[in-house]
Design a protein around this ligand. Structure first.
Ligand code: 8DG
Ligand code: MG
Ligand code: MG
Length: 143
């Protein structure tokens, strides 16, 4: 591309609780008002696990455990006002303390966090997540 844009790395987390995942409605320009996973940009020197844990803490106040890599997808947002390209790393995790409740710590970026049953997800989902669901992706551990 001639505008100097480069692909960036996003890390997001399927925080699972029973058959539910944590989602929030985005207020960010990309995917505005769609439901997405908590997550953000990989910072220089970070592992995927560190990034997932940090973003969860910053966005929801939650402490997570058993952070594991699930998959990676390539996401183009070329029709956006600011065209962008993300390599998105999807992690899975559980709550360190199952009693802990999510807080909306970045209200300018998200309308609020809640648990949604995987079999009854809210609409519309953020594009990359919608595609994974349509492709039959299942973030839950076997068994
Ligand atoms: P930061 O400043 O905290 O690092 O970034 P952020 O404001 O939290 O970034 P973000 O947009 O929440 O996440 C970075 C990118 O990751 C996002 O623009 C596109 C990509 N991404 C996906 N799917 C998902 C998803 O389900 N949730 C989130 N949060 N990001 C996703 O491709
Ligand atoms: Mg963030
Ligand atoms: Mg984010």
């Amino acid at each position: 591309m001639e505008n100097g844009a480069v692909p960036r790395v996003g890390v997001c987390v399927f925080l699972v609780k029973g058959k539910a995942v944590l989602l929030g409605r985005r207020r960010s320009s990309i995917g505005h008002s769609t439901f997405a996973l908590p997550g953000g940009h990989l910072e220089f020197g970070e592992s995927f696990e560190e990034c997932g844990s940090r973003e969860l803490k910053e966005e929801t106040g939650l402490d997570i455990a058993q952070v594991e890599l699930l998959t990676v997808t390539n996401n183009l947002f070329l029709e956006e006002p600011k065209p962008s390209h993300y390599v998105t790393v999807f992690m899975r995790a559980v709550l360190e303390d199952p009693q802990q409740v999510p807080q909306n710590l970045e209200p300018h970026k998200c309308d609020g966090w809640d648990w949604y049953d995987w079999d009854n997800l809210p609409k519309p989902l953020f594009g990359p997540l919608e595609k994974m669901v349509q492709d039959g992706f299942d973030p839950f551990p076997i068994g």
